[in-house]
Design a protein around this ligand. Sequence first.
Ligand SMILES: *[C@@H]1O[C@H](CO)[C@@H](O)[C@H](O)[C@H]1NC(C)=O
Ligand SMILES: *[C@@H]1O[C@H](CO)[C@@H](O)[C@H](O)[C@H]1NC(C)=O
Length: 365
Amino acid sequence: MANQTALFVALFLLVLVAKHAEARHTRLVPAVFVFGDSTVDVGNNNFLGTRKEGRANFPQYGVDFPTSKPTGRFSNGFNTADQLAQLLGFAMSPPAYLSLTGRKLRSQMFKGINFASGGSGLGDHTGRLVVGEVIPMSLQLEYFATVVEHMCETAGSKKTASLLSRSIFFISVGSNDMFEYSFSRSNDIKFLLGLVASYKYYLKALYHLGARKFSVVSIPPLGCTPSQRLRRLAQMGTQGCFDPLNDLSLRSYPLVAAMLQDLSHELPGMAYSLADAFTMVSFVVANPKTKDWSFTELEAACCGAGPFGASGCNQTVPLCGNRNDHLFWDGNHPTQAVSGIAAQTIFAGNRTFVNPINVIQLAML
Ligand SMILES: *[C@@H]1O[C@H](CO)[C@@H](O)[C@H](O)[C@H]1NC(C)=O
Ligand SMILES: *[C@@H]1O[C@H](CO)[C@@H](O)[C@H](O)[C@H]1NC(C)=O
């Protein structure tokens, strides 16, 4: 009898230990909070008066998403926020803030929320002219502040602060500001310094609300998207990337890197991982075939008509047969395949691509 009890207790303890280990292995962090633009939006714009150019809630978006339904993701499937969240142990990105009401918000907020909005940027006016209503970074922060208030009411400020300090804050923003600036260039240095100053302001605001671990994605080579290749063709009659945008993007990286380093000295306990999107994309373009991936189309969009398939993606335009061999899904956005490589690199990449640490290391701090 005593032996049986001992055996039972041992088994019970074993189950507890296994459960605990499982919980620790399934999620590297308690929550992920996402901010930024269409590269990481999972449906916030569906709830806004945004024009078609700023929406992705119609076919053929989502053709490779589970259930093949359009969700508002600017992708054929999962975007970078989804795939990074998956690597951190979640099913996908946390849901769009505007899709959460009352009770759903209160049950979700401790696991993370996605505030990103396609077409938005660091500037309050970015996106307005091009796509209509968007959630600029300032409003994404206001929404997050409201959520933190709810969290404090529910769990107390100490528990909330502890959870937030261990969570990942994933941010991909700045491309739309740069894109719009490129149509009316005046003073590049002034623009870039202004962009980085407002980035710093919002990161500080997040820190003061409790964020400590920041995963930041730099601006990619915007000039190489199908839409910008078409822009070059139309303006200059030549093939290739639209260089002025790539130059701006390249010049922004050291400024963002220095800003983050300054912040980490200024703000106790602040840690970050900066992913170099320009170098990541350039690496894939220079190595289209490896043991992990195989891209045969690096210039044209999968969903779209006309030169470079840059006309825009909708129900009536042709779709490529194999999404996994295309770098671009539509005129401005990568395929799920490329977002997956980006997520993997942000998560576990070496210092050619992520500095000073990657997201695994950030999560383990
Ligand atoms: C789909 O896009 C094409 C190319 O831009 C456009 O000509 C067509 O009107 C669009 N169709 C719909 C249903 O929006
Ligand atoms: C990082 O990985 C890439 C791709 O495997 C490789 O080319 C590069 O040399 C590595 N960089 C460092 C610093 O290890």
